[in-house]
Write a protein that binds this ligand. Structure first.
Ligand SMILES: *Cc1c(COP(=O)(O)O)cnc(C)c1O
Length: 352
């Protein structure tokens, strides 16, 4: 018995169009599909996004880019965010992939090995100190030709964080060095924070997949992912007994439990031990004890006797009552990590 993971490609396409409509016709909504389309399956996800009108795609590395070219065919623009790897120059050439250059070393490597390639993109560090060329080194780029100049927000999910405005100002200053080049600054959250952040292209990822780009408000996006998992056993404890590894939960009373086919190897993070919740027909059933690799134990005390499930019944992990963001909050992480951890064991169903 396996979990059922449903991915609503119709909702994904509508989320894409919501963003494209929001940014208007003078701005392009690209689609970020790195890490196997945020764990949802890049083949299905990328085709649906292309069908919804996406023409620009971002992945992390050249392997992802080459696979994506196979999926999308000729036409769409594909960028690698993690820089230029000179050893793969022939692949950039044959698959027409555009590297995002992240340092002066990248720019030099590209100059030496990328002569036959289309103009690359350039990432400028506006304060995140992750990737990107530093502002004080822009002068070294005189005479180089770029197809896109971009940067990345560190704190766009925090509405009033001072770094948002600060990075915007630095990016505007950087942009003056490249008056004729297309510009891009915003990820999902950045695109929702201010129209001024849109420039020529926004680069949403998470909000396409239904995560909330404005965590302080109701989610403006449609849910894309749902996950339910089968109950393997129903069992009763005696008062004073414990359950699971390391006996971390002790029952005061006789308690009815469900053991479900879901563990940390399926993306139900171990930090949900004694903290997460699954739903049986809308009723919250708290996790008791440790989440193990393939199994989790939940407490059915809140379920009325006549509504109790039987083995084979499917419990909701992500769905109407619990979003991936809710699960992330309980697990002490972010929805991105929940989605990219979902793993390969669930039965996947793609809905149009
Ligand atoms: C992952 C990524 C994005 C997309 O971010 P979301 O928060 O998922 O919208 C955009 N730009 C860069 C550089 C990224 O690494």
């Amino acid at each position: 018995m396996r979990g059922r993971l449903s991915i609503d490609l119709g909702a994904l396409a509508r989320n894409y169009r919501t963003i494209q409509n929001m940014v208007g016709e003078n701005c392009t909504a690209a689609a970020v599909v790195k890490a196997d389309g945020y764990g949802l399956g890049v083949a299905a996800v990328a085709k649906a996004l292309k069908g919804a009108g996406a023409q620009d795609f971002f992945v992390a590395n050249l392997d992802e880019a080459a696979a994506l070219r196979g999926i999308l065919g000729e036409g769409p623009v594909i960028y690698t965010l993690n820089g230029f790897d000179a050893r793969g120059a022939h692949v950039y050439q044959s698959e027409q992939i555009i590297p995002v250059l992240n340092s002066l070393e990248d720019v030099q490597d590209f100059g030496a090995h990328g002569q036959d390639l289309p103009a690359p993109a350039l990432h400028i560090d506006t304060g995140m100190n992750r990737l990107g060329i530093r502002m004080d080194r822009l002068d070294a780029l005189q005479g180089h030709d770029f197809s896109l100049v971009m940067s990345h927000f560190a704190c766009a999910d925090e509405k009033d964080h001072s770094m948002n405005a600060a990075q915007f100002e630095v990016f505007q200053a950087a942009a003056k060095h490249f008056p004729r080049t297309k510009k891009s600054l915003a990820n999902s959250s950045g695109a929702f924070r201010s129209n001024a952040y849109h420039f020529d292209m926004v680069r949403p990822g998470m909000c396409l997949y239904g995560l909330n780009p404005k965590p302080e408000t109701e989610n403006p996006m449609e849910a894309v992912v749902s996950l339910s998992v089968p109950i393997l056993q129903i069992r009763d404890t005696a008062p004073g007994e414990t359950c699971g590894y390391n006996a971390t939960y002790r029952f005061k009373n006789k308690t009815r439990l469900a053991v479900v086919a879901l563990g940390y190897a399926d993306g139900f993070l171990r930090s949900l031990s004694n903290g997460g919740v699954l739903y049986w027909q809308g009723i919250p059933c708290p996790v008791r004890g440790r989440v193990s690799m393939d199994l989790t134990i939940v407490d059915l005390s809140a379920v009325a006797e006549r509504a109790l499930p039987t083995p084979g019944g499917m419990m909701e992990v992500i769905g109407m009552h619990q979003s991936a963001d809710d699960l992330a909050r309980d697990a002490g992480t972010i929805g991105y990590e929940i989605l990219t951890s979902l793993g390969a064991r669930h039965l996947r169903r793609y809905i149009d």
